[in-house]
Design a protein around this ligand. Structure first.
Ligand code: NAD
Length: 444
């Protein structure tokens, strides 16, 4: 806003780009910096390097309020609040790798004029360590809760905004609160360590919900229950809520796997064994592999078979493939001797780098041509709209394993497919079984 100093954003990936463009859309001047010169060049040309709905429009609409640079000095000269949005990937030990955060801190002047606002997800204790090394730097923890695919919407309509600051950084916390207040979410003012912990605990809880419903799904298959019905009945209980109760082939992405593991390691480093998270991680790993058993049930050995993976991104509406279930599935299928094809509407570029041994197709139809089975990994809407009746004739074998319970099981069965979902009573919902049984009775 006029008269105010611009907001600095450091690291212009998913979180940084959404933060920068949304702040600009709220009327603020923003200067955004990244060490990736190619990314900065393309953003300066107003080209968006990621697939995230809404960003292009925001970038275009607010072009005159957004500056992109590779120079930290330019940011420090103009901005006082520096939103740090660099990546914090997992290390081999499962701890968060804070080297990018440290690289940023090492460039900041310890002059009392700037505040580092941590949006990157970092272990509890990071803020304390940074303040110990740079006592003149004000430090605020302001974790980000957006979801890829709906990131702009999430940013502009937050459930809550967490602002953690200790003594000396209140001036920055007050400014951040004023920036976020127009968005309407509840503001949670707290200390730095608690703010850091809120982010890790929230992601660990959501991942726990997913692993929980996946285990329920596996039991449903044994006892003849339908997990979609069970989740609906559970989710209507306000104490439980309906979200993150969708059974499938497990969670992936750039956040849940690394944040759950980082919290487990953080606890372990203090001598505390976080048993529940150990199980959550193990359940998630095993869940990705259950697809193999479902394929073998129908095809026997997978050696020499051709399996088409529909969807490679970790979720729809993103081209992000970090920790995607497709990576584990492709590796397991190769291990069984299968030929693996893959198709994703937007993730072709990362897929060509991360899945070099998968034959990438230009369309779902091309991937399914002559294939022995289709495995739906990512619930892109276009997969529900395929002409499955026609595809039945073009596939080598009529088998669909729906890793997200997304397709219309009845329609596929009517088209002559063997259909396997996750947690659907031997791959068949009650409704589908009743319909089949009555059809069979009618034909006798
Ligand atoms: N992606 C999400 O959905 C999401 C949601 C909430 C929180 N987070 C957290 O936010 C952080 C960023 O995640 P992301 O997905 O945006 O990562 P990302 O990998 O998409 O982007 C990180 C950016 O930081 C840049 N960078 C690295 N080192 C730098 C440095 N020294 N100076 C300037 N730029 C530098 C990289 O070039 C890259 O463009 C992570 O800690 C993540 O856990 C991510």
């Amino acid at each position: 806003m006029s008269g105010e100093r611009p907001i600095g954003v450091i690291g212009v990936g998913w979180v940084g780009l959404v933060t920068a463009t949304c702040f600009a859309d709220m009327g603020h001047e923003v200067i955004a910096m990244d060490i990736d010169a190619a990314k900065i060049r393309s953003l300066s040309r107003r080209e968006v390097p990621i697939h995230e709905p809404g960003i292009e429009k925001l970038l275009e609409r607010n072009a005159d309020r957004l500056t992109f640079t590779t120079e930290m000095e330019a940011v420090l000269e103009s901005a006082r609040l520096l939103f740090c949005c660099v990546d914090t990937p997992p290390t081999y030990s499962g701890d968060a790798d804070l080297s990018r955060v440290q690289a940023v801190v090492s460039q900041l002047a310890d002059d009392g004029d700037h505040a580092l606002v941590m949006k990157s997800t970092v272990p509890s204790g990071t803020g304390r360590a940074i303040r110990r090394d740079a006592p003149g730097l004000s430090y605020v923890s302001c974790p980000e809760f957006l979801k890829e695919g709906t990131a702009v919407e999430d940013f502009l309509h937050p459930d809550r905004v967490v602002i953690g600051a200790d003594a000396g950084a209140e001036w920055a916390a007050d400014q951040i609160e004023a920036i976020y207040r127009p968005l309407g979410g509840e503001i949670v003012r707290t200390d730095v360590a608690s703010a850091e912990m809120i982010k890790l605990a929230a992601n660990a809880f959501l991942a726990t919900k997913i692993s929980f419903i996946n285990e329920i799904a596996n039991v449903c298959e044994e006892v003849g229950a339908d997990v979609t019905e069970v989740a609906r009945g559970m989710g209507l209980d306000k104490r439980i809520g309906p979200s993150f109760l969708r059974a499938g082939v497990g969670y992936g992405g750039s956040c849940f796997p690394k944040d759950v593991s980082a919290l487990k390691q953080l606890a372990g480093n203090t001598g505390y064994h976080f048993q529940l998270l150990t199980a959550v991680i193990e359940v998630n790993e095993l869940q990705k592999r259950r697809v193999i058993g479902k394929l073998e049930k129908h095809l026997g050995s997978l050696a020499g078979k051709t399996i088409a993976l529909l969807g490679l991104a970790f979720k729809p509406d993103t081209d992000d493939m970090r920790e995607a279930s497709s990576l584990v599935l492709a590796a397991r299928l190769h291990g069984e001797g299968a030929t693996v094809r893959g198709y994703d509407p937007v993730a072709e570029r990362p897929a060509s780098e991360l899945l070099p041994s998968v034959e990438l197709s230009g369309s779902a139809e091309e991937a399914l041509e002559g294939a022995d089975a289709a495995v739906l990994v990512t619930e892109w809407p276009e997969f529900a709209e395929l002409d499955w009746e026609a595809l039945r004739e073009r596939m080598g074998n009529a088998l669909v394993v729906d890793g997200r319970n997304f397709l219309d099981a009845q329609r596929l069965r009517d088209a002559g497919f063997a259909y396997e979902g996750i947690g659907l009573a031997n791959g068949e919902s009650d409704e589908a079984r009743e319909a089949r049984e009555s059809a069979e009775a009618g034909s006798r």
